[in-house]
Design a protein around this ligand. Structure first.
Ligand code: DHB
Ligand code: FE
Length: 282
């Protein structure tokens, strides 16, 4: 049977991708940020999962503003890299797992989560920057990826509570797959940031650190955070944090934190990163 062995959260700032692609990771500005991922890169290289179910948001790259699914699942066997204005990032295409993704889609939909099925799409920095942070610059990505895209771009995004419940359904879906797969669930985006308007540049370190604490100590509290609180405390793009709750819902009650990192700022954003063991004591 497929099983969830770990969860990862990380911010997905596009400038991080540009720093990697252009060889700037050792600069004074970037080195302290990348240092926070060294442990994680070693950890994942030692025991890479077979598949990452990667929860992220598209930034009007694949979906444009003509169609915006609230929750979507990528069922293709390959996802090309999106052109976000400077040409596609010079990284390998993302390899999917069509059979597994179709099983997840069936299980989630029959479990009353009306996922949009995506058979062809490109993937943008929301998905590729987390891959680059965890795996560096390989010729071929060492894992397959099932993308789960969440609308946090146009109001109304789903609630944190709904996202947490989708995570719980995702666990049931993963654990009902016959193949013996080692699966990670990643929640990406966040932490506090606002890219627009009079409060552009907003970062709220106390809010972010409490959120990081509660990912392990009190996820029940995170489920209840309403949209307006994200907006007020974490800025207009802080709502990306609801995607972390899909990962947290999927991991079940008991997790052990393996690694935690917080760094301010990267571009306009507070970078937060967690690695959680989903099978404590294994
Ligand atoms: C930035 C952060 C994001 O999450 C994003 O999607 C785009 C830009 C930034 O900090 O520049
Ligand atoms: Fe974003």
């Amino acid at each position: 049977m497929a099983r969830i062995t770990a969860g990862v959260t990380t911010s997905h700032v596009p400038a991080i991708g540009a720093a990697i692609d252009n060889g700037h990771t050792a600069s004074d500005y970037w080195a302290p940020m990348f240092a926070g991922y060294e442990w994680s890169k070693k950890w994942i290289a030692e025991e890479p999962p077979d598949v990452v179910v990667l929860v992220y948001n598209d930034h009007a790259s694949a979906f444009s503003l003509q169609m915006i699914p609230t929750f979507a699942i990528g069922c293709a066997d390959v996802f090309a890299i999106a052109d976000e204005g400077w040409g596609p990032r010079p990284i390998p295409p993302v390899i999917g797992d069509s059979d597994f993704a179709c099983h997840l889609a069936q299980s989630l939909i029959l479990d009353e989560f009306d996922m949009t099925i995506i058979n062809e799409m490109t993937v943008d920095h929301g998905l590729t920057v987390p891959l680059s942070l965890m795996f560096g610059q390989p010729e071929v990505w060492p894992v397959k990826v099932v993308p789960i895209a969440v609308n946090v771009i146009q109001y109304p995004p789903p609630t944190g509570e709904r996202c947490f419940k989708l995570g719980q359904a995702l666990r049931r879906a993963i654990e009902s797959y016959d193949e013996d797969l080692n699966v990670h669930v990643w929640g990406t985006g966040g932490m506090s940031h606002q890219l627009q308007g009079p409060r552009a540049g907003l970062i709220n370190q106390p809010f972010d650190n409490a959120f990081l604490d509660n990912m392990t100590q009190n996820p029940e509290a995170l489920r209840k955070i309403p949209h307006l609180e994200y907006l007020r405390e974490a800025g207009s793009e802080g709502i990306e944090l609801v995607m972390w709750l899909i990962m947290r819902g999927a991991l079940g009650e008991h997790v052990t934190p393996l690694h935690r990192f917080y760094h301010v700022p990267a571009s306009n954003t507070a970078v937060g990163h967690l690695v959680l063991d989903a099978e404590p004591g294994r």
